[in-house]
Design a binder for this molecule. Structure first.
Ligand code: KG4
Ligand code: ZN
Length: 430
């Protein structure tokens, strides 16, 4: 690691170069990355040295959503093998030589690690048998998601990171998952530029060719969140609008379930909606645009789901065309509400950079419509993460961890206690 943290007062002039091991277990993805980060806050540069992810989606399908106990058990089972795979990919995996056998690790250390991992069923056994033969890798910091998310799931990642700190003496920092979604655009960015009509041309750009101007605005849309976040500068986030009930991804999932489609519902609804548009099926369904004229920046999606429920109840058995129609109208309603509120937020904040992140931005219709915004707002840059980094992943946790280290270098030297905070949230703007 080479650092230049001399300018303690001016974070933007700090630079460093470090290897970050990052861990994500907030929901149903278990992920580990090793990322080399360099540069300062104005142009951070990230190189992914290794990255492994196990998605539990197939396992949760039969429950129609994420089942926390199962998520916790799967994280505990998969973290250690994913770490080894990632170390190997990053060329940082070295086995202890005969002369440096596990006996070098004091029994006390193992007892402490056993205590740390006490609540994570089966994790200690696999951790010890695997890692006692592996040398400490050349990694400078461990970044682990500490919230928001499912607390039992978050704890597995945090305990695992604390066990690694004990074993390898590498500092650990806790990262806000939502900051991870925001900084995911620093990894590899797609700048949305749409040429009308209706061909979508989007360019994948490294951040070097674009730039984030502050204040920036982030629209975070995932299975658990729908938030408009004003970013004054790195590290200064405030919520200026959010959902009062269901998150937008949750609404996609629930409507999909009403239509008899599997979890996760977003891609399924999107597929039906696209078919409806392509085949120009006549419009037969009208759904509300909840809170579109509320005069604030908040959202509500549960009413939209209920409107679908009532439609189905009153309509009786649905034909294939009915399903296509519902999916298209639902997607259109979501787009209308998201666009209206985002435009209001752009006007309120004067932001010229809009970051859209979270799993729902995989939706082609939403991407397309937001790309068109650049025609109305000609100074606006719309950035979305590359698809791999839009759903939950650990590489985005490394990028947020790096921003934190640049802002607060002391994190590397004074170890703070990290706890799982299921409801961790940015402050609300006053
Ligand atoms: O960010 P994410 O991977 O996990 C959370 O932190 O929640 O987002 C998952 C959500 C799910 O609700 C899923 O249905 C939704 O993203 N999603 C989509 C699409 N792909 C995933 N929603 C709409 N259209 C899509 N193409
Ligand atoms: Zn997420």
């Amino acid at each position: 690691m080479t650092t230049n943290f001399h300018s303690r007062k001016n974070p933007s002039s700090r630079t460093t170069n470090m290897k970050i091991l990052s861990i994500e277990t907030s929901c149903d993805e278990t992920a580990v990355s090793i990322v080399e980060a360099s540069g300062g806050l104005e142009k951070p540069v990230f190189t992914i040295l290794g990255s492994s992810l196990f998605s539990q989606i197939e396992l949760h399908k039969e429950y129609g959503g994420v089942f926390p106990t199962l998520a916790k058990r799967e994280h505990a089972k998969n973290l250690t093998p994913l770490l080894v795979k990632t170390l190997q990919e990053a060329k940082l995996l070295e086995y202890n030589t005969e002369s440096k056998l596990p006996s070098d690790i004091a029994t006390d250390t193992w007892t402490e690690i056993e205590n740390i991992l006490e609540k994570e069923h089966g994790l200690f056994e696999i951790f010890k048998t695997t890692l006692e033969n592996i040398s400490r890798p050349q990694v400078d910091v461990i970044a682990v998601t500490s919230g928001p998310g499912l607390e039992p799931a978050l704890w597995v990642g945090i305990s695992f990171a604390r066990a690694l700190l004990k074993l390898w003496d590498i500092p650990v920092i806790g990262v806000n998952h939502m900051e991870g979604h925001i900084t995911s655009v620093l990894l590899k960015t797609e700048e949305l530029k749409i040429s009308i009509p209706p061909l979508l041309t989007s360019h994948v750009l490294p951040l070097a060719s674009t730039s984030i101007q502050f204040p920036a605005l982030a629209l975070l849309i995932s299975g658990g969140h729908t938030e408009l976040v004003e970013i004054k500068t790195w590290g200064q986030y405030s919520i200026i609008g959010q959902t009062r009930d269901d998150a937008v991804g949750e609404a996609f999932d629930k409507v999909a379930r009403l239509l008899g489609l599997p979890y996760p519902g977003g891609p399924e609804i999107s597929r039906l909606a696209q078919t409806a548009r392509q085949n120009q099926i006549p419009h037969t369904v009208t759904l509300p645009r909840p809170m579109i004229h509320s005069g604030d920046l908040d959202f509500s999606f549960s009413g939209l789901k209920t409107a679908v429920l009532y439609y189905i109840r009153d309509h009786g058995e649905l034909s294939e065309n009915d399903k296509l129609n519902i999916a298209r109208e639902f997607e259109d309603a979501v787009v209308d509400v998201l666009l209206t509120k985002t435009k209001e937020a752009l006007e309120q904040t004067g932001a010229q950079t809009l970051i859209i992140a979270g799993g729902v931005i995989a939706n082609k219709k939403i991407k397309h419509e937001f790309g068109l915004l650049t025609h109305t707002y000609t100074d606006l840059t719309v950035l979305v993460p590359e698809t791999t980094f839009s759903t939950d992943n650990s590489t985005m946790i490394a990028s947020a961890g790096y921003i934190q280290v640049l802002l607060y270098p002391d994190l590397l030297t004074s170890q703070r206690q990290i706890i799982a905070e299921g409801n961790l949230a940015f402050p609300k703007s006053s």
